[in-house]
Design a protein around this ligand. Structure first.
Ligand SMILES: [Fe+2]
Length: 113
């Protein structure tokens, strides 16, 4: 694959780590902690199921769960703002902006393949 393929996904990795750190810090600020609530591992399951096919990985991960996040995040931002939680709304706005790029990378490389 082209060098730019790896550059794009390293950027995604950096941003996903940033997202986790921002949310982890915000949970602590509101007196909670990562793991307090049940979470699904669908992303990991999808990674496992597509481990032998790059085009399947690109067709699934950035174009389904990450794309779905583009549908679910705006109402979450509104809910945070309505509840007076501008700090969380700001974090979600940052994540939403980055995730658009992740889905775009997924579409770009899927088409490429
Ligand atoms: Fe992402």
């Amino acid at each position: 694959m082209l060098r730019s393929f790896f550059d794009d996904w390293v950027q995604v990795d950096l941003e996903e780590a940033k997202h986790f750190s921002m949310l982890d810090k915000r949970l602590i600020e509101v007196g909670a902690a990562y793991g307090d609530l049940p979470a699904h591992d669908e992303l990991w399951q999808a990674a496992e199921e597509t481990r032998s096919s790059l085009i399947a990985r690109l067709a699934i991960i950035p174009l389904v769960p990450e794309a779905y996040g583009l549908d679910t995040t705006p109402p979450m931002i509104e809910k945070a703002k309505t509840g007076g939680d501008d700090a969380t709304a700001h974090i979600l706005e940052t994540i939403y902006r980055d995730e658009k790029r992740h889905v775009a990378f997924g579409a770009k490389w899927f088409r490429f393949l």
